[in-house]
Write a protein that binds this ligand. Structure first.
Ligand SMILES: [Zn+2]
Length: 349
């Protein structure tokens, strides 16, 4: 064994199907070089699962945690004068960076190794997030706005209806510069989805109120959709397990991603988000796990447990709690486990 080699044995959820396999995973220079199936009994082994990718956040909201969410969506989060924008506008850069950094560390502690953030505040906003993420094992993919897109990974449009003019130019400039393009769409009604779809974005966020026709178009275009169920409930844009139309998205074959959206009202904790998704929207634990990891494959690099992937996984000790009694690892992870069950993080971003 070289000094750079790591060997972990456990009941691993392998590949895109999260197939439970007792396995020995060998990591060399940060890469999963070998996965070898283990024989014999595996009951007392730890569990090995991919790290999470949170597909939609606003970590800048860290400066407004748990302000009372009174009023409608526009009053709270619509630019430029929503409550969060007023709070962000009166916060110093140092306080903003410090607050975002604490949130990022909390996300990393909980096993999230990457996330896609809609960052407000133009170029300064993007640079503040890059500073906050320095040295934290949780890599941001940043969608900027108001000029921030020119120094970020992509352009994040806060609803096609929020842009007074020049959206065409904004999107084509982002494309010309090789940037990703993402839209909030369909959060409170279906009215801004068609316009967003006209730009064939790389990512749609929400689609809570997408119509059947719009869903078919999204599926035909193969656009990934990041749903944020807890945020939709917190901001009162839904009160049913049918919106966002998670089941329809899955049955149409849309890539389904999971995000936690506004940190002001929702903790960016993928364990809680997976449990809510599985409970309220009745998806299987494996579908929830897939939604909580797939964004990495699309925007960063795959976290799945496969040979030749970089090693970005979590080791869970089921023996320190009643998790050990579970008859289904995926079920236990989604319905029961949390950050406290992680005993080791292997992160090689
Ligand atoms: Zn959002």
């Amino acid at each position: 064994m070289t000094g750079r080699e790591l060997l972990v044995e456990g009941r691993a959820l392998l590949g895109g199907d999260f197939e439970e396999t007792p396995a020995r995973i060998v990591v060399e220079s940060g890469i999963i070089s070998h996965i070898e199936e283990l024989g014999g009994t595996s009951d007392c082994l730890p569990w090995i699962v991919p790290a999470f990718f949170n597909a939609h956040t606003h970590v800048g909201d860290s400066v407004a945690l748990d302000v009372p969410l009174e009023g409608d969506l526009d009053t709270l989060v619509r630019p430029p004068d929503g409550l969060k924008h007023r709070i962000l506008g009166s916060t110093s850069r140092g306080d903003l960076v410090g607050a975002m950094r604490l949130t990022l560390m909390t996300m990393a502690d909980g096993g999230t190794a990457g996330f896609a953030d809609f960052r407000e505040g133009g170029r300064d906003g993007v640079s503040a997030l890059l500073d906050a993420a320095e040295g934290v094992s949780c890599r941001p993919i940043i969608f900027g706005r108001e000029g921030g897109e020119s120094v970020a990974d992509g352009l994040g449009v806060s609803s096609a209806r929020d842009v007074a003019g020049g959206l065409d130019e904004m999107v084509s400039l982002a494309r010309k510069n090789g940037r990703l393009v993402a839209f909030h769409a369909g959060e409170k009604d279906p009215g801004d989805i068609d316009e967003a779809l006209g730009y064939e974005p790389d990512l749609l966020v929400h689609c809570t109120h997408a119509t059947r026709l719009q869903l078919r178009r999204i599926a035909d275009l193969g656009i990934p959709v990041a749903v944020c169920p807890r945020a939709n409930w917190r901001f009162r844009v839904t009160s049913t397990g049918k919106k966002p139309p998670v089941k329809e998205l899955l049955s149409l074959g849309c890539p389904l991603l999971l995000g936690t959206d506004n940190a002001m009202g929702v903790q960016p904790d993928m364990w809680r988000e997976m449990e809510f998704l599985a409970t309220v929207y009745r998806v299987s634990p494996r579908e929830a796990l897939c939604a909580a990891t797939l964004g990495a494959s699309l925007f960063l690099e795959s976290f799945l447990l496969k040979e030749r992937n970089r090693a970005n996984f979590l080791v869970i000790d089921p023996r320190s709690s009643n998790l050990v009694l579970s008859r289904d690892i995926a079920g236990a992870l989604v319905y029961r486990a949390g950050p406290g069950n992680i005993v080791r993080k292997v992160i090689n971003l």
